[in-house]
Design a protein around this ligand. Structure first.
Ligand code: 13P
Length: 261
């Protein structure tokens, strides 16, 4: 099983800082097992320069934090998946910051997913409850609705061409996380919803990742979970001590996985 580390820089770093970060990641990933998949999600203007910088390595790939739901047109300031498809392998969609600050709805998320997949990119669908929903005990229903509406009319996706990141809104940037056993249960729920929807071809694997206040201390407890195939990391991905340690831990987990094949 692949281990994914998706590094979401959000709206941080200068171009010079971002090039330095990438050089360090490459150093950390020397001799990394093939099962360890590391992708950076830089601010949009850095996608192509970093893609070019990474041309001679396959240890780090590039993803996009967001795209628009139409292929081309009079949409000032927006970016089409077609425009980044040469440089990117993955596109994040439905991140809670997009839902909260930019009023992104499940129906626009659904349009984006169709367009992303039609352009041979892999969507990373972010789902997760807010604190009120967490306290109300209705989390399963909430997540199920997010997945079903985001994936309406999508079927038969090949293995590993669709990723779901479970990121509770209240865990993002707060230093709080659900207990690992709850994360494992939620990841199983997500897998079951996807199976029931017939989203993947022949029930092929759809990696489920965890995101929200991941750091070098708690990363191992999430990486070890049966139903979790990796991490979506914000703040800690910009801190070289933190990310160096997390990459090391994922490295070991991927080596263990290689032995199981
Ligand atoms: P933090 O790791 O900073 O909590 O952010 C998580 C996140 O939003 C990744 O997409």
């Amino acid at each position: 099983m692949n281990i994914y580390l998706l590094l979401n820089w959000k709206m941080n770093s200068t171009l010079i800082e971002s090039a330095h970060l990438v050089e360090k990641y490459i150093e950390f990933l020397l001799d990394a097992p093939e099962l360890l998949k590391v992708t950076i999600f830089p601010p949009a203007p850095y996608i192509f320069p970093l893609y070019e910088k990474l041309a001679n390595t396959n240890s780090v790939t590039v993803g996009a934090q967001n795209v628009f739901e139409e292929p081309f047109g009079a949409y000032t300031g927006e970016i089409s998946p077609i425009m980044i498809s040469e440089a990117c392998s993955y596109v994040m969609v439905g991140h809670s910051e997009r839902r909260t600050y930019f009023n992104e709805t499940n129906s626009s998320i659904n349009k984006k997913i169709h367009l992303i997949m039609n352009n041979s990119l892999t969507p990373v669908l972010c789902v997760g409850e807010d604190l009120d929903t967490y306290n109300s005990g209705q989390v399963d229903e909430f997540i199920e609705l997010q997945i079903k509406s985001a994936c309406d009319n999508i079927k038969n996706i090949p293995a590993n061409r669709f990723i779901v990141a479970y990121e509770p809104t209240w865990a993002i940037g707060s230093g709080l996380t659900p207990p690992p056993e709850i994360i494992n249960e939620r990841a199983l729920l997500i897998k079951n919803v996807i199976t029931d929807m017939g989203l993947m071809t022949d029930n092929a694997s759809c990696p489920v990742l965890y995101g929200g206040s991941v750091n070098s201390i708690n990363a191992k407890s999430f990486l070890e979970l049966d139903n979790i195939a990796g991490l979506l990391i914000g703040q800690a991905s910009l801190d070289l001590n933190q990310i160096g340690s997390i990459i090391n831990q994922a490295f070991r987990q991927a080596k263990n996985n290689s032995k199981l094949i």
